[in-house]
Design a binder for this molecule. Sequence first.
Ligand code: AYL
Length: 522
Amino acid sequence: MIYRSPLPDIEIPEVTLTEYVLGAAAGFGDKVALLDGVTGERITYAELATGVSACAGALAALGVRPGDVVALLSHNQPRYALALHGAIAAGAAVTPINPVFTPAEIAKQVTASRAKVIITSEQVAEKAAEVARQTGIAHVFVLGEPAAGSGLRGFDELRNSGEPRPWLDIDPATTVAALPFSSGTTGTAKGVRLSHRNLVANLAQTRVGWRITSDDVQAAVLPFFHIYGFTIILNSGLLGGATVVTLPRFELDGYLAALAEQRVTRAYFAPPMVLALADAPGVENYDLSPLRYALCGAAPLDVAVTERAEERLGCLIRQGYGMTEASPGTHQVFDSDFPTTPPGSVGRLSPNTEARLVRPGTNIDVEPGETGELLVRGPQVMLGYLDNPEATEETITDGWLHTGDLVRVDDDGVFWIVDRLKELIKYKGYQVAPAELESVLLSHPAVADAAVIGVPHAEGGEAPKAFVVPKAAATVEAEELLTWVAQRVAPYKKVRQLEFVDAIPKSPTGKILRRVLKQQQA
Ligand code: AYL
């Protein structure tokens, strides 16, 4: 049985991502496109349009061509959009990188994606320079002032160095525009090849249900380097002509002050933010009356927490659902359905999106009303993983993307996420791949075998727990192994619990039986 969106199919425009998102930008003129919620720095739509074309021209003059990759390593700030669309308008694909990554983690993504240029922020410029030395990348540009003597160049200098570039003639269906990394249903992080068409489609699809206009002000604290921030917050906002208020990190009082000061109309949450809003004192001190729509996604959200937060915000919170491999949105609660759609659900299928529910690991549909693994199909589904045809084949069959999520559909066509079948752990909505932590643990001389699963965690929703088999005769403390991992991965990926065991449960083919470990925990 194939489930379809209640909304009719729409036409997907045959244009590049930047043409689609910024095609109307110049027309919005002096309207503020992006505003830094901390410093007050702003970029108008007219400035964005000319800045993007200047930046594209400068990157082209530097030798960046269609097929090349530009790495973007920064927290949220207005100039992120200039760098992003400048690179994309030069024909490049952008690989967005989390600035809290260690230099080794950044170097890994830069190398895997074969990036030629790194554009970074002042805060992490030193890390970027170190990565450039390690990987031999010649071009690093800083969004802001490069430190004296650093040898790095400023982005403004780059922007002013070339001729403005007219729109490029590339094929939106086959050219990659974004290359975020995701571990998908198994293994370590892989480059997700999202074409211009995938991203344009997802913006067009979600726009039917979320009517973002130039009257909207969107709060953008969730990171643009993650697909939620990238598509749903930044590009949807610019496409609608809204003002996007950027914040570099979530801190409750600063966030609430920005919502009130900027008269934010649309807020975008991940579950830990909703938890903070539900329980922290002081929310009632801010005038949040302009807030009309709040969206939460990226991980499961508790209904009681939702209701407490709604009461304090004076605004309904409804969920979105999707994954990096789907650009990301597949399900949404349309604006008009906010009051009638239950808060624990993820709403209905977006236009042009189909779904099936199958018995996990098979191609057999479950009976209507039963839960099953969700498969989705639509124009937003990625071209495939970078340099990994095996993983692509395992993940997409006949156009159907395997989500690794256990889901049910009710009689109203509303979808509910019941459980996550895949190994992926979500800490505060961020992806943590068990396979990556296992390989870090196995690199310790005293470790014979290791397995990592997600366990419930108050703040993060879920957090990694490791099971370790020490080498015979080796004596090692849990503390030493926790530190070993913490020194080698970004802070949000840290192993937070560790247990020594005699053996790791495995299948006859040697696959770790994570479900067995999970059941033992429960
Ligand atoms: P990735 N409830 C439960 N789990 C969720 C939800 C949700 N509302 N949304 C995402 N997930 C989990 O690639 C699920 O396991 O993209 C899914 O397979 O980092 C996995 O996260 C994908 O993780 C929006 C708003 C999508 C947000 C998002 C988040 C995309 C996260 C569409 O409208």
